[in-house]
Design a protein around this ligand. Structure first.
Ligand SMILES: [Zn+2]
Length: 320
């Protein structure tokens, strides 16, 4: 059963909000190419969801995308699967093409569309994650340090063909393709045994993992990738993507394609939240939506039911 379901990472939604508000150019290209990589990674993870969902609910607790901290640094796990006999990390790679994994040089070489590229050996990364999770567990759940933490690298793309060089049978068994994931997990269950998740640790650990999860967020203005002035303000046309639409008689009109969309401002407020965070004043809302009137701005802002703190002109709304 999915204890933490598969969801698109928040930082990816943030990147996409920035991309929607940049003018064409090298900065936009570089952000879009990052989005493409992150999307591919997420799609690879998501492609395993139906197979993992078939694992018996009473024996498997599944977490998608956990980011935990060992005091000084964060580590991110694509999937963590808890059973009563072992914990399993899945490190998912969405890399299409013909791959060769060399366990001696720790290089993954990909040949695709006539191009050769080299990546780091993902089994190294996955065994580091294993150690990091063991450290985390020993700090927070000392009593369960005897449960083995296993890791698998899963190549999710159906268009991946992989060969191994210099690997031991054990090393090679730690790398599988997406369609084999369910069978592999069931065979680990046969090997290690796994009973129902009714022992005491399962009362606390799942919830503690959620509490300890710190999703990655980005602030491209603070880290100086984007200058605040480069971001285009205004309501975006849902039909042709033009910014800004114009507010006329309680409706939003697109000057380019002529589309009218009374609710188009909602996605603009969503972009604001993803880029600047949930706090917004009525003045910021008026400016971001490109309105002339504070009253209209307040009306539209309140229509999305934010909570608020402070009073009158000092009031700060918190976008959901
Ligand atoms: Zn339009």
């Amino acid at each position: 059963m999915f204890y933490k379901p598969v969801n698109i990472p928040y930082y990816l939604l943030q990147y996409e909000a920035y991309a929607r508000r940049l003018r064409p150019g090298s900065l936009m290209n570089s952000i879009e190419s990052q989005i493409k990589n992150y999307r591919a990674g997420y799609n690879g993870e998501r492609s395993l969801e139906p197979m993992l969902a078939e694992l018996p609910d009473k024996n498997f607790l599944i977490f998608h995308d956990l980011r935990l901290s060992n005091n000084l640094y964060f580590f991110q796990i694509d999937y963590l699967i808890l059973t009563s006999a072992f914990f399993l990390i899945l490190e998912v790679k969405n890399i299409a093409g013909t791959l060769q994994l060399n366990f001696a040089t720790h290089k993954l070489t990909r040949s695709y569309n006539g191009k050769i590229e080299t990546f780091q050996d993902p089994t190294v990364q996955s065994s580091i994650l294993c150690q990091q999770l063991q450290d985390w567990l020993s700090i927070h759940f000392n009593s369960i340090s005897d449960i083995p933490v296993l890791d698998l690298v899963v190549f999710s793309s159906p268009g991946t063909y992989i060969t191994f060089v210099n690997g031991t049978p054990e090393q090679e068994m730690g790398v599988i393709r997406g369609p084999a994931v369910k069978q592999k997990i069931l065979s680990l269950t046969n090997e290690y045994g796994a009973a129902s998740l009714n022992s005491k640790i399962f009362k606390n650990l799942p919830e503690q993992l959620l509490v300890a999860n710190h999703p990655k967020t980005i602030d491209l203005i603070a880290n100086k990738t984007v200058q605040a002035e480069e971001l285009i303000k205004g309501v975006r046309c849902p039909s042709c993507s033009h910014i800004p639409m114009t507010r006329i008689a309680q409706n939003w009109h697109c000057p380019i394609c002529g589309k009218e969309s009374p609710k188009a401002y909602i996605s603009a407020l969503e972009d604001f939240r993803l880029i600047y965070g949930p706090k917004i004043t009525n003045r910021q809302c008026k400016e971001f939506l490109g309105l002339d009137s504070m009253t209209t701005s307040k009306y539209l802002l309140r229509s999305v039911h934010p909570t608020s703190i402070g009073k009158n002109s000092n009031r700060i709304y918190l976008l959901k």
